[in-house]
Write a protein that binds this ligand. Structure first.
Ligand code: HEC
Ligand code: HEC
Length: 343
């Protein structure tokens, strides 16, 4: 019986897809910059990952998801507010919700910093939630060192990835099903759009020719689009330099760049203790405090906090996430040092 239902469901899906293709072939409409990449991939013959779409259980809405991500709470169906997800953080303490890399295929921390400065967005340890639904795996690279077996479930499952972050990264309560589905619904509003891919004019023309049936190279078009973004966010943890006095060898810090890091990253969380206990600003007091501790072995050394993060102090369940190489290169750490030393 179940088998029969499955077969019927599969044939309906095939029929829908087939109708989809014929309509593309006759429609002859080029894709728009605002079109969702995921939709275009399906039109080109990619199978949709149906499990990644939200389930519309009671109370689910993209607006509720956005509220949880930005404010830490949402309204329930009865109009009452939910309990705050975390006492310490909101999701946007550590994640942007807009595109943060100028080229989605080649994320690079220095280019991201310059892009963040240009767009007026923060420069953070977590990867942007924009495009999260376009990724196939989560907590990649060295994150299994940090979260161990917890990562197993989250690696291939966006819902588990959201839940893991709520409890482990944000140090808060577990999310309910309708909250997770709402976050997913919101994430589908900030998925990758065609106009965000770095594509040359002839590449755009080629994809449009395949879409309107003038060219049948579907798999080439799919490969081309897949090469335009990363379907995972890599993470490589690294250590402070062997000698904190000497710093990372053979690198000369650029104070101007260090200032950008300080203002767009450190101050985002620390200014007026926004998400932390320690206050940091651009006055000499803050800068000199950090400067004095650079070559020390305490939780006030920038090498220590950037590479290893700051663990939870007993009684305070707040902590600072570390920056993997993909979020801050050794050169950038030296740039921050040079800025502090020039103060
Ligand atoms: C204290 C910082 C912090 C907070 C708060 C936080 N996150 Fe994260 N989150 C991270 C870090 C660090 C990672 C590691 C992987 C990455 O993003 O590169 C991560 C990973 C993720 C991932 C997987 C991303 C990937 O591609 O690997 C998702 C999804 C996610 N968080 C969602 C959320 C949601 C939803 C919230 C709010 C309920 C939240 N996070 C709150 C720091 C945080
Ligand atoms: C995502 C938010 C966030 C960012 C970005 C961030 N921090 Fe932190 N930081 C914290 C939190 C939370 C703590 C935990 C202790 C606290 O609340 O002060 C912390 C702790 C620290 C501490 C130890 C304080 C103590 O009293 O033990 C230092 C020093 C520090 N951060 C410096 C930095 C520097 C330098 C940067 C930029 C490279 C930075 N932080 C970026 C959130 C952040």
């Amino acid at each position: 019986m179940l088998k029969k239902i499955k077969i019927v469901a599969a044939s309906i899906l095939m029929l829908v897809l087939a109708l989809g293709f014929t309509s593309i072939a006759v429609e002859d409409t080029p894709f728009k910059a605002t079109d969702s990449l995921a939709d275009v991939l399906v039109k080109l013959g990619d199978s949709p990952n149906l499990g990644k779409y939200p389930k519309f259980v009671d109370g689910v809405s993209a607006a509720a998801g956005e509220a949880i991500i930005k404010d830490g709470f949402a309204q329930k169906l009865n109009g009452k507010k939910t309990k705050k997800q975390s006492k310490h953080f909101v999701c946007i303490s550590c994640h942007n919700v807009v595109k943060e890399d100028p080229d989605l295929a080649y994320p690079d921390p220095q280019e991201r910093l310059e892009y963040a400065v240009e767009k007026g967005i923060p420069f953070l340890q977590g990867t942007t939630l924009y495009g999260a639904v376009n990724r196939d795996t989560y907590y990649n690279g060295d994150y299994d060192k940090k979260y161990g077996a917890l990562v197993d479930a989250a690696r291939g499952d966006v819902r588990e990835a959201i839940q893991l972050c709520a409890t482990e990264c944000a140090q808060g309560r577990a999310l309910q099903e309708w909250e997770i589905e709402s976050i997913l619904a919101y994430m589908w509003t900030i998925d990758i759009k065609m106009g965000d891919l770095a594509m040359a004019g002839e590449e755009v023309d080629f994809v449009n020719e395949v879409l309107n049936g003038e060219d049948d190279s579907r798999s080439e078009a799919l490969d081309l689009l897949s090469s335009k973004y990363l379907n995972f966010s890599p993470a490589t943890f690294s250590k402070p330099p062997d000698s904190r006095k000497e710093g990372y060898l053979d690198l000369v810090g650029k104070p101007d760049n260090g200032k950008l890091i300080y203002e767009h990253s450190c101050m985002y969380c620390h200014e007026k203790q926004k998400y932390s206990y320690l206050h940091l600003d651009t006055h000499k007091m803050s800068l000199r405090h950090l400067k004095r501790h650079i070559d020390g072995y305490t939780r006030h050394s920038i090498y220590q906090v950037i590479r290893w993060g700051v663990p939870v102090k007993s009684g305070k369940r707040s902590y600072m996430p570390q920056y993997p190489q993909e979020k801050m290169s050794d050169q950038m750490v030296e740039d921050l040092r040079a800025y502090l030393e020039a103060s």
